[in-house]
Design a protein around this ligand. Structure first.
Ligand code: ZN
Length: 330
């Protein structure tokens, strides 16, 4: 449903949750809310669609681009949200990204469905087309970063159990008939050798595997096997590019230049630079040619579950203390 004006008082919202207009991202965001204040709102003259609600006692605006062709939100979308909801003080950038596979240790061994969260100021960077990096000037406010650190501490104590349980709780509410929301099998986490290109296959109607024709002998032999699909959270660098990277050899060259990068996406660095914001990305691919949608639902859910858990660590009293700053643009 669309509307010309918010049906709820826009001055009560303190948290902005920016996601892409990919179905998986906004559907899991909606499913996270404890209470819904409105149907999706499309304000005249505004480029965003908003969903308003409450989560862990915080009034939250979920925001994504209205234009179906504008898959990824931009700084313009973020600024429009802050103009519409002037009392927003904490911004979360929640969605999916591409993992950078490394196997040096537990922290860098990133698998599909895992989550990368950029907490420190140096952990969001912008990469230009020559992979030169620019640090962003402004990230999340202190209260949000502190909540993120507390959430990570709680996650480590729970050894991942709480994350998995919370994900399953929400997963039950997702539309089971949608191919986006079918729980993938851990065996379908394909990481192919970088030189091996995806082989197109005309799928049968019921086939869910776009890599059906890809040679399994070309799969990377992981040092450590995971026995169950229990997403893990990694704190590390998220790098934003101007385009979706779908070439593993280019990815590897980029990683040689920037060894701390754990995740690649588009525009989050520019948004963080423009309005501040804490970046949380679920991993749905490896920035190679073997792209498919089947991990998007799980990856989006993992990121949204982390965002929800983080908000449960954000003191409600802190909501009036830290203002989202404005910095320069990239
Ligand atoms: Zn493939």
């Amino acid at each position: 449903m669309s509307s010309t004006e918010p049906s709820s008082d826009p001055r009560i919202y303190r948290v902005g949750w920016i996601c892409a207009n990919r179905k998986a991202e906004y559907m899991v965001a909606l499913a996270m809310l404890d209470e819904l204040h409105s149907n999706p709102l499309q304000v005249l003259g505004n480029v965003n669609t908003y969903m308003l609600g409450e989560l862990h006692g915080h009034n939250v605006v979920v925001c994504y681009p209205k234009d179906p062709d504008q898959v990824v939100p931009t700084p313009f979308h973020a600024r429009m949200m802050l103009e519409e909801f002037k009392t927003i003080q904490h911004v979360l950038l929640v969605g999916i990204g591409q993992g950078v596979p490394m196997q040096n240790n537990e922290d860098t061994d990133i698998r599909l469905g895992d989550v990368v969260i950029a907490i420190q100021e140096s952990e969001v960077i912008y990469l230009n087309d020559q992979f030169r990096s620019t640090s962003v000037k402004n990230l999340a406010d202190e209260a949000l970063r502190s909540a993120a650190n507390q959430f990570l501490t709680e996650y480590k104590k729970s050894q991942g159990d709480t994350l998995g349980k919370n994900m399953l709780k929400t997963w039950k509410h997702m539309p089971s008939k949608s191919s986006l929301f079918r729980w993938p099998d851990i065996c379908e986490d394909y990481l192919f050798n970088s030189a091996y290109e995806h082989v197109e296959f005309v799928r049968h109607e019921d086939s869910r595997d776009p890599c059906e024709s890809c040679d399994r002998d070309e799969l990377v032999c992981r040092k450590k096997q995971r026995c169950e699909l229990l997403p893990r959270i990694h704190s590390g660098v998220v790098a934003s590019l101007n385009y979706p990277l779908r070439d593993a050899r280019t990815r590897d060259r980029m990683v040689e230049m920037h060894k701390k990068i754990r995740c690649l996406d588009m525009k989050s660095a520019q948004i963080a630079n423009a309005v501040g914001g804490l970046v949380i990305r679920g991993i749905s691919g490896y920035a190679d040619s073997h792209q498919n949608e089947k991990w998007q639902g799980l990856a989006a859910l993992a990121a949204a579950t982390c965002a929800s858990w983080l908000l449960s660590c954000l003191p409600k009293a802190a909501a009036s203390k830290d203002l989202v700053g404005n910095a320069g643009t990239i």
